[in-house]
Design a protein around this ligand. Structure first.
Ligand SMILES: Cc1ncc(COP(=O)(O)O)c(C=O)c1O
Length: 486
């Protein structure tokens, strides 16, 4: 006897699916009128009754309608709506509906995109898109790359290639990598994964604009060489997470050439600016990198799970990741870099690039460029407004689409200012109106706003800053033991 993996009869499955799509699209089109955050309190998370019901896998299956309702109302409802035009935390994933549709299609067909034989047109389309992205970065004809799950995977994949290109296995323990204080935490994870111990990672101070200090970089490399160590890679950032700062890429490239090091650029956030006619120059020097991480689920408006690793010479990826097991011999190609499974750690993978392809085809590069420029404009607008709000201090001006500031009333100590800004963030998050979180710069707690949503309006920004100011006043009154207004 066979068991069907679909329990519903087909017509009912189809109807339920259509209803879900219909409901999702209508909710999604009204997103800006919904809360940007729906918090689930610790009490809610630990509700034993609800948890017990969910943790049981029933012996006899439940109705699809009921399970979908539970997923919608009890699971997906809570948390941060990172596609909301007033979600300004992290680097939000502002997912276009086009990407969502591409994602549905990719999952619907569920093609194995590990090799050209499995999914010829899919892999070819991804490879052509990778070529276009390499051209956008100014990489040479030898360049290539791969769609991976995000910036962390892109960094790990690139750094594995850097290690293999420059260090022989017995020398791994002497290899040294250089990062800055503002380098994303995924780089430290990647270095750990590729076998570089923490005492072989030099974390360099940044200048007052949060950019890697290249004089200190060169001195550190020289010192390590003098100690008999093997400097092998510098990780520069094109758009740091905290401030959007871009390291001096051309200078870093010159140092890497001088010392024969691999230059990796983490452009997970900022590389999308390559597609902006107006701001592309900010990334000048990126074309000299040996590898580049670029996240499409950040500033290219994709649903999660879409990043790119690009390398100056695709053979380097193949050298690190190719594998030729006997059970895949039928699918091997002369040019091994054409099969994605030879370019990164995954064997089975979805064709992550197709949703980006769909988005770019439908929007066109002009609309993408305009959407990216909008982020810059919104951050500059916020900066102008902040200049008019008393007692605010800008710790990092508008860079890319990010600005960092804090409320800094003179009468408070540094510790109290940290606590005040943290409380302000907590209050706006609890209100659901906007997602605004803190980070730390120069040892100070600051409010960080990242404006990459193309539908964020000036009104959203005015209202958000107005609310932050209101919370600040209320908290100050409370601190000074005055009555809190109703
Ligand atoms: C600069 C930078 N690099 C890497 C990452 C990690 O990317 P992902 O979360 O896609 O793994 C991020 C994420 O915010 C980032 O901002």
């Amino acid at each position: 006897m066979t068991t069907r993996i679909h329990t519903q009869t087909e017509p009912s499955f189809e109807k339920i699916t259509q209803t879900f799509i219909h409901e999702f699209l209508s909710e999604n089109s009204a997103l800006s009128q919904c809360p940007a955050v729906r918090e689930l309190t610790a009490d809610g998370l630990e509700n034993p009754e609800q948890n017990a019901a969910r943790s049981v896998v029933p012996e006899k299956g439940r109705s699809l309608e009921e399970v979908i309702r539970e997923l919608k109302n009890e699971i997906f409802t809570y948390g941060y709506e990172t596609s909301h035009p007033r979600f300004f935390g992290f680097v939000p994933s502002t997912a276009s509906r086009l990407s969502w549709l591409g994602d549905i299609m990719t999952s619907a067909y569920n093609r194995h995109a590990g090799s050209l034989a499995n999914f010829p047109r899919g892999c070819q389309t991804e490879n052509e898109l990778i070529r276009w992205l390499c051209d956008s970065a100014g990489f040479p004809g030898t360049a290539g790359g791969l769609f991976v799950s995000g910036g962390s995977m892109a960094n790990m994949t690139a750094l594995a290639s850097a290690r293999d290109a420059l260090l022989s296995e017995p020398d791994w323990s002497r290899g040294v990598a250089y990062v800055s204080e503002q380098t994303h935490s995924s780089v430290a994870k990647s270095l750990h994964l590729i076998g570089i111990s923490t005492d072989r990672i030099r974390c360099l101070p940044t200048d007052r604009n949060f950019r890697m200090n290249t004089a200190l970089l060169e001195a550190a490399i020289q010192k390590d060489l003098d100690r008999g160590l093997l400097p092998f890679t510098v990780i520069a950032s094109a758009g740091t997470t905290n401030t959007g700062s871009v390291d001096p890429l051309s200078e870093i490239a010159a140092i890497c050439r001088r010392y024969h090091l691999w230059m990796h650029v983490d452009g997970s956030f900022g590389a999308s600016v390559l597609l902006s006619g107006r701001h592309r120059d900010l990334l000048s020097g990126i074309e000299l990198a040996d590898s580049l991480s670029w996240d499409a689920h950040k500033w290219l408006f994709q649903t999660y799970g879409c990043g790119m690793v690009l390398v100056r010479d695709r053979k380097n990826l193949a050298n690190s990741f190719h594998a030729h097991p006997e059970y895949l011999k039928d699918l091997e190609l002369e040019e091994e870099y054409l099969n994605p499974w030879n370019l990164g750690p995954e064997l089975t993978r979805p064709a992550r690039g197709l949703k980006l392809w769909l988005t770019l085809q439908v929007m066109g590069s002009g609309a993408i460029a305009a959407s990216i420029d909008h982020g810059f404009e919104m951050a500059e607008y916020a900066e102008q407004l902040l200049a008019r709000i008393p007692e605010t201090e800008i710790l990092s001006p508008a860079q890319m689409a990010v600005i960092n500031f804090r409320f800094s009333p003179k009468e408070l100590s540094e510790e109290e200012k940290d606590s005040l800004n943290l409380q302000i963030s907590k209050q706006i998050v609890s209100s659901g109106y906007a997602g605004v979180f803190t980070t730390e710069l120069n040892g100070k707690k600051v409010l960080r706003l990242c404006f990459i949503h193309p539908e964020t309006t000036k009104e959203d920004i005015r209202n958000t800053l107005g609310l932050l100011e209101k919370y600040c006043r209320r908290l100050l009154k409370k601190t000074l033991r005055d009555e809190i207004p109703a």
